[in-house]
Design a protein. Structure first.
Length: 257
């Protein structure tokens, strides 16, 4: 749907490249700058689990983000990073990114806000509804309401992703390749956006845990809404979805530990 490389090129006026040697002392938790890895890799690790004493780790590689979520949400960096190779980093000014996000249209803003809530593992609340009343009021005619019976599939892993969903009523389970439930979503939450925005097949299965009513939003509607925003804002949407996937992997490692 959107080309990451093309958006990087279109937003190039807002970034610069810097080389960082493996043995160089470099701080990733800069307030004024945030980063995309252009070349190389770093090891990211979270805080030690008080029960197991384990620090879950995840390797961040090319095009993985560092600092975007924290800068936009105004949060302190809680991940630590150790360089595994020499790096080439694409540097973005945090203030400009936040400024453009704050000026984005309601569709992109709510995708960003909801992604942040999941990145930081915040409990579900009305402050993190996937699509705010303003968007629904303006676009309800473009949304199709569908009812899914309990235990029925909404989509299966490896299916082509052409839709995203807003939960109007009920509950949805997100299942791994082994059919293990890794998340349950409820009223006001969205799902299916990551695969659609990144134009790839489904990586998970979604099933109704209760009789569920969904608002379906198709790809042309999403493209129309996001086209209203700057390339940098569209890039941020994809960047935060990449960060969410990395955090999900970190949490799965922690759970296995």
């Amino acid at each position: 749907m959107f080309s990451f490389d093309q958006l990087l090129d279109e937003a190039s006026d807002h970034s610069s490249l810097v080389d960082v040697a493996l043995d160089e002392d470099f701080r990733f938790d800069q307030k004024e700058n945030i980063f995309l890895i252009d070349q190389g890799s770093v090891l990211a690790y979270g805080e030690k689990d008080p029960n197991t004493g384990i620090k879950a780790t995840q390797t961040f590689k090319e095009l993985d983000p560092i600092g975007f979520a924290e800068a936009i949400a105004g949060r302190q960096m809680r991940l630590s990073f150790r360089k595994l190779t020499d790096l080439k980093l694409r540097v973005f000014p945090a203030a400009e990114v936040k400024k453009q996000v704050n000026s984005a249209n309601v569709f992109s803003q709510t995708i960003i806000k909801y992604s942040l809530s999941r990145i930081f593992d915040q409990k579900r609340s009305t402050n993190y509804f996937s699509f705010e009343d303003e968007f629904i009021a303006k676009n309800y005619d473009f949304m199709k309401r569908v009812r899914i019976a309990r235990d029925d599939d909404i989509f299966r892993i490896t299916e082509r992703a052409t839709k995203m969903f807003f939960i109007e009523k009920g509950a949805v389970g997100i299942l791994s390749r082994t059919n293990k439930q890794i998340a349950e979503l409820g009223l006001g939450e969205c799902f299916g956006e990551s695969a659609m925005l990144n134009d790839r097949k489904r990586r998970y299965t979604a099933v109704a845990n209760k009789d569920t009513t969904l608002l379906l939003i198709d790809q042309p509607t999403v493209e129309k809404q996001m086209a209203m925003d700057t390339p940098l804002v569209r890039l941020v949407v994809l960047v935060l979805l990449k960060r969410l996937e990395l955090m999900n992997r970190l949490r799965m490692v922690k759970d296995r530990g």
